[in-house]
Design a binder for this molecule. Structure first.
Ligand code: AMP
Length: 119
């Protein structure tokens, strides 16, 4: 399902209009447990700005913020797993993106090889 609203569900979480299980927050990003986890650890790291619909836009406009997202992903993996993790940025509907507010999926806690995508 594609979610395209004036205010994305992630902005509503950032603004505390809807609840989330927040595991990290600072002035630039928020990180919370995914509501439909696909790994033992599945945390979404979201820049607070809604200016970027996906990681390509984020990287072009604010590479420092993208680097911060990666650093927060590492912190989450250190705190909640063994520091190893998979970082996924779904980019576009046909790649599985449903929320068009740039975000990273941090997947950790025991992932098998050969599970990167489905056919
Ligand atoms: P994507 O499909 O890459 O756009 O990722 C969106 C992710 O947001 C999905 O993995 C959803 O399970 C997750 N999600 C949607 N709504 C919520 C919510 N209210 N709290 C936590 N995660 C959510």
């Amino acid at each position: 399902m594609v979610v395209m609203t004036q205010s994305s569900i992630f902005t509503r979480i950032i603004e505390r209009e809807i609840p989330a299980d927040v595991v990290y927050e600072d002035d630039r990003v928020i990180a919370f447990n995914d509501i439909a986890p696909q790994a033992p650890v599945h945390v979404v790291v979201v820049p607070k700005t809604a200016d970027y619909a996906n990681v390509v836009e984020l990287a072009a406009a604010d590479p420092g913020l993208l680097a911060h997202v990666v650093g927060v992903a590492k912190r989450v993996a250190d705190e909640r797993a063994n520091g190893e993790f998979r970082l996924v940025f779904n980019t576009g509907e046909s790649a599985g993106q449903t929320v068009f507010h740039a975000h990273a999926h941090v997947l950790a806690g025991g992932l098998a090889e050969g599970t990167l995508g489905s056919k």
